[in-house]
Write a protein that binds this ligand. Structure first.
Ligand code: IMP
Length: 179
């Protein structure tokens, strides 16, 4: 069993569909403020390694919107908590460039060393929320090649194209080879 340290059950459920050998260690930890998800991951891996025994993984993700200069990006969690999907849609009113991408960085603490795996999913911000599945920004994000939001997809369907699905498949390959 490999440990995923997170307080987000949705992330765990998405990952578990790809790696069945995954155990959720439920923990909310403070993240540093930094310019990149990679820096946040490295810091978190180092601090968590002082309290979590053995090997473990974490996931840090963000939504990067072109027309907003990459916002909310590394601030995605705070922005979701404060203005939410409604606020993002308001910021995007009358904006014709609706391109955005989701990025997941999976951090792996493996035998005392930090590794990072990245997954990116390009798409667009819709003009209204749709769908009840998933979590976070899923109702306003339509992945490239689709006409429905992540929140209108099953977990399996989202995993096929999503940022997290891509990163977790890399993780599966990593574990198969080294763990
Ligand atoms: P974090 O990775 O937990 O810091 O997530 C940052 C923010 O992005 C949170 O508000 C999450 O709800 C949101 N988020 C992370 N991954 C996804 C996703 O796959 N779909 C939609 N929102 C996400």
């Amino acid at each position: 069993m490999f440990k995923l340290v997170t307080h987000n059950k949705n992330k765990y459920e998405e990952m578990k569909k790809i790696i069945s050998d995954l155990e959720m260690v439920s923990m909310e930890y403070a993240e540093i403020q930094a310019d990149t998800l990679e820096e946040v991951i490295d810091f978190s891996l180092d601090t968590l390694s002082t309290v979590i025994e053995g090997n473990f993984i974490i996931d840090d993700s963000g939504l990067f919107i072109d027309a907003l200069g990459g916002f909310p990006g590394v601030y995605s969690a705070y922005v979701f908590k404060t203005i939410g999907n409604e606020g993002i849609l308001k910021l995007m009113t009358s904006e014709s460039n609706r391109r955005a991408y989701f990025k997941t960085v999976i951090g792996i603490r493996f035998n005392g060393i930090n590794y990072k795996l990245v997954g990116i999913c390009h798409g667009t911000i819709s003009t209204k929320e749709s769908g009840n599945n998933g979590f976070g920004y899923d109702p306003i994000f339509v992945p490239e090649g689709y006409t429905k939001s992540f929140a209108e997809m099953s977990t399996e369907e989202k995993n096929k194209v999503s940022h997290r699905g891509k990163a977790v498949r890399k993780l599966a390959a990593f574990l198969e080879r080294f763990a």
